[in-house]
Design a protein around this ligand. Structure first.
Ligand SMILES: NC(=O)c1ccc[n+]([C@@H]2O[C@H](COP(=O)([O-])OP(=O)(O)OC[C@H]3O[C@@H](n4cnc5c(N)ncnc54)[C@H](OP(=O)(O)O)[C@@H]3O)[C@@H](O)[C@H]2O)c1
Length: 365
């Protein structure tokens, strides 16, 4: 049986107080300081992951650093914390440790951490890409859009996940808009894409300028707060939000009943899985980055897998095939931690069509 650990961290102070109610009484700056001194810890044991080809047993371990602290503290401080948490994975007997959320962003996308540890490391980003693309394709298909007709925007396009999503999908869409904060790196990516495909590509540094032109959006920035607001989206837009914390504001759910926002990267796990920890995903499912770690453990492939900012198409294809072999599958359409019912989906599609006609935009055939 394969052995793994998956490293998580509190997304914000509110998630710390949800887990430890006593912490509500501690002022936020003091709580932040306490977290900085707190050692890593195991929060749950994961059982029941099984397919006809293998099984895996693992643990969720916590690196006590919030998203904001990851952004604001010096990188050497946060890398030290992630490495210390990796040592806990070693002690627990893991053959591979997956780095969740910002644990995977620091230290050159996990490379620095992998050099320090004696066990294999992956960020899980290859399978995240595979599932983000599959989710966006499924959602576009549901709305009746043909990829060759759509304008695709990738938010966080120069990042580890965004770049490869852009490179894979650019040849298939009508136009691509690359969105980020740094014009020079965006232009560099645009150059790479234009040398590989004839699809028109442009860059943008402002989501509210770029997104009104996009039929399909894959959003995968490392922004700390939500960056996509209701007014930014085109009627009938499909948005696959892969970022954690989310890029799409919850206000979109209330204000826009003509756009299909789905959570990217949620997959069902084969066997009778018990995560013993609530991520707001349905029982028996997890995030794709966790799934990648589970798959590699099931295969007992204890080698560094996805690391660094440049992912490869080969690795994405391979992990996707291994996932299918073991029976991992992209789950249905979910938005803001809720499964979308057939009626809700139908309503979105109908209003999208009406509003697109009104706006003079192309509608599904
Ligand atoms: N669902 C899952 O299973 C899963 C798995 C792994 C990762 N993730 C999430 O995916 C996200 C990205 O991960 P990554 O490893 O690709 O990170 P990354 O390599 O650091 O890339 C992040 C990208 O976001 C851009 N960005 C940051 N703030 C922005 C803003 N305010 N507006 C527009 N662009 C912005 C960055 O570009 P500039 O700095 O140049 O602006 C960069 O291109 C994170 O939220 C992570 O938690 C989810």
């Amino acid at each position: 049986m394969g052995q793994f650990a998956f490293m998580i961290h509190p997304l914000d102070i509110a998630s710390v107080t949800r887990q430890f109610p006593w912490a509500r009484f501690i002022p936020e700056p003091v709580l932040g300081a306490i977290l900085r001194r707190m050692p890593p810890f195991k929060i749950s044991t994961i059982t029941g992951i099984r397919s006809e080809f293998g099984s895996a047993h693992g643990h969720f371990i916590v690196c006590p650093v919030t998203t904001r602290q990851f952004v604001e503290l010096p990188e050497e401080v946060t890398i030290k914390k992630v490495v210390a948490t990796g040592r806990l994975a070693e002690k627990l007997g893991a053959g591979i440790v997956g780095l969740g959320a910002f644990n995977a962003v620091v230290g050159d996308g996990g490379n620095v951490v992998a050099r320090e540890l004696d066990i294999a490391v992956t960020t899980g980003n290859s399978y995240t890409v595979a599932t983000a693309i599959e989710g966006a394709r499924n959602a576009a298909d549901y709305m009746g859009y043909r990829l060759e007709d759509v304008t695709l925007a990738v938010v966080g396009a120069t990042g580890s996940i965004g770049r490869i999503c852009s490179e894979i999908l650019a040849p298939e869409v009508g136009e691509i808009i690359l969105v980020g904060r740094n014009t020079a790196t965006l232009e560099e990516l645009r150059g790479d894409i234009q040398s590989a495909t004839t699809t028109p590509a442009r860059v943008a540094t402002d989501v509210s300028v770029a997104l009104p032109d996009a039929d399909v959006v894959i959003t995968v920035s490392s922004a700390v707060d939500s960056i996509i607001q209701p007014g930014d989206l085109r009627p009938g837009a499909v948005v696959c939000d892969v970022a954690r914390p989310r890029d799409v504001s919850e206000k979109v759910a209330a204000a826009r009943d003509d756009v299909l926002v789905i959570e990217g990267g949620i997959v069902s796990i084969p066997g009778n899985p018990e995560l013993n920890l609530d991520f707001g995903t349905p029982a028996g499912t997890c995030m794709a980055c966790m799934a990648e770690t589970m798959i590699l453990a099931m295969e007992e492939r204890y080698e560094n897998y996805t690391l660094g900012r440049h992912l490869t198409v080969e690795q994405i294809r391979e992990i996707d095939q291994l996932a299918r072999k073991h029976g991992f599958a992209v789950s249905g359409f979910r938005a803001f931690e809720k499964q979308l019912s057939d009626e809700e989906l139908d309503g979105i599609r109908t209003r999208a069509r009406e509003n697109r006609v009104r706006a003079g935009l192309q509608v599904s055939s």
